[in-house]
Design a protein around this ligand. Structure first.
Ligand SMILES: [Zn+2]
Length: 112
């Protein structure tokens, strides 16, 4: 059953409504103050779901700074993504990763 979420124009709070069909005659009412000036908002659930989809499609990058400090970790994620998709890594990318592993870190990380 679809969940519709409304934001109350009077008190600014959110009201979630379960409805089978959303027709023009439907009149939502604020659960908090009883107000009827409600504005339809895209549900937070939908946003979260699309975030997960993006992560599934692009994979997650290493999040810990330690992963970047260890030269052996540099480029590992990139290598994996290329091999997963059966693609050959471009020469430029290969050179960048090799240089980084030899200690030539991108400047923002040098001082950390
Ligand atoms: Zn309200």
């Amino acid at each position: 059953m679809p969940i519709y979420e409304f934001k109350c124009q009077d008190c600014g709070r959110l009201t979630s409504v379960f409805v089978k069909t959303m027709d023009a005659s439907y009149q939502a009412q604020c659960q908090h103050c009883g107000g009827r000036k409600l504005e339809r908002v895209v549900s937070r659930f939908a946003y979260r779901k699309s975030d997960e989809t993006i992560l599934e499609e692009y994979g997650s990058e290493p999040r810990r700074l330690e992963d970047y400090k260890d030269p052996r970790q540099i480029g590992r994620w990139v290598e994996r993504k290329f091999s997963e998709q059966g693609l050959e890594m471009p020469e430029e990318t290969r050179k960048m990763i090799d240089a980084a592993r030899e200690g030539d870190l991108p400047s923002p990380l040098k001082d950390s």
